[in-house]
Design a protein. Structure first.
Length: 365
């Protein structure tokens, strides 16, 4: 049987959406007749990004819990009940052979209803510290694919498979795209390009840093591709008038963005870290301090401890950034060391390995 029905849920940020799309693409290549359905949260970016990738998506009226008492928290129980009922209706109508969750608000209700209806299920946890949704789902699902060691603290050990994080297939072959990518972004050849990534929604402190350092980058002979995030685009788009600066709300051509760059400044979300290991460019991590258990710093330190990236904490940016960045730009030896070492940490078969586990579930029923 190859006309399987496969349901997937992951969203809220690119870190949950793109792994789900990568898994779907791999499964589609194995089962061309399979039918796919994504389930996301209404008004979140997956409702736009999933159709762009060529898949159908249904929306649930769901959002996360705030860490303080807010009106949104008071509404949350009602949203959850409505989303569970809607998810149950989707499961009964679509009749999936397998359900896959990659984290995010919508994956909770969907996977909860899938397991309650006896659908073989798999979740993929990207981080070194799991989110609440996956911790709650762990008891019910059949398999849990992870990217870090030590997660038996949170999940049943017999369900764990270390696969790494899925990455976009087009990132595996960026080395031969440099010239085309520089032309695509209208970059000057022979001049260093800095790519700035603050996550799909943007990062306020990184944006403030880049705005402050634009003149400094000019002194370093560095041109900038700056993904500021859609929440901040109106604030920073004026810098598109500067020579050698490009401001983007979002970058759809990530393979070209990586290929065009010589250095990268990035948050340390799990999916970003996994992609950057494959890309193999020198990276300066600026972890977000506003995440559970400071997991972005832990993600970044796993790379830094292998002499494979630099890390600057937000609180140290004003003191350390210019000094450390200029040292990196001026040292070809350091650039090569970071690049070579980060490539050694790449788990390039993650998508294939996760799809193998999904295939086993499909064939077990």
């Amino acid at each position: 049987m190859s006309n399987y029905k496969i349901i997937l849920s992951g969203g809220g940020t690119g870190g949950h959406i793109y792994p789900a799309i990568a898994i779907a693409n791999e499964l589609k290549s194995r089962f061309p007749d399979a039918e796919f359905l994504f389930v996301g949260a209404m008004d979140r970016m997956e409702m736009e990004k999933v159709p762009q990738a060529g898949y159908k998506i249904e929306g649930l009226w769901i959002s996360g819990i705030q860490r303080k008492l807010t009106l949104r928290n008071l509404v949350f129980p009602f949203k959850l009940i409505i989303s569970l009922l809607r998810a149950r209706k989707i499961i009964k109508s679509f009749k999936p052979n397998v359900a896959i969750g990659t984290g995010g608000f919508a994956s909770g209700p969907l996977l909860k209803m899938a397991t309650a209806n006896g659908v073989p299920s798999l979740i993929q946890e990207q981080n070194s510290y799991p989110g609440i949704t996956n911790k709650l789902l762990a008891k019910k699902v059949d398999k849990i694919c992870v990217a870090y060691d030590g997660l038996e603290r949170f999940f049943p050990k017999d369900k764990l498979i270390k696969t790494g994080n899925p990455i976009r297939h087009d990132l595996l072959k960026i080395d031969n795209k440099t010239i085309e990518a520089k032309d695509f972004f209208k970059q000057k050849h022979g001049k260093h390009t800095l790519l700035v990534l603050g996550g799909s929604l943007g990062a306020r402190r990184i944006n403030e840093l880049i705005e402050k350092e634009l003149e400094f980058f000019q002194t370093q002979n560095v041109q900038v591709i700056w993904q500021c995030g859609k929440l901040y685009y109106d604030m920073y788009k004026k810098y598109n008038n500067n020579e050698d600066v490009q401001v983007h709300a979002f970058l759809n051509n990530m393979d070209f963005a990586y290929a065009a760059s010589d250095f990268i400044i990035s948050r340390a979300g799990a999916s970003s870290v996994s992609e950057l290991c494959v890309v193999g460019k020198p990276v300066v991590f600026i972890p977000s301090p506003n995440v559970a258990e400071d997991h972005q710093t832990k993600n970044a330190m796993a790379i830094v401890n292998n002499d494979a990236a630099l890390l600057i904490k937000e609180e140290d940016l004003d003191i350390d950034f210019e000094n450390r960045f200029s040292q990196l730009v001026s040292s070809l030896e350091k650039e090569k060391e970071l690049s070579n070492n980060i490539k050694k940490l790449a788990l390039v078969n993650a998508t294939k390995d996760i799809a193998d586990e999904v295939e086993k579930l499909l064939k077990s029923k």
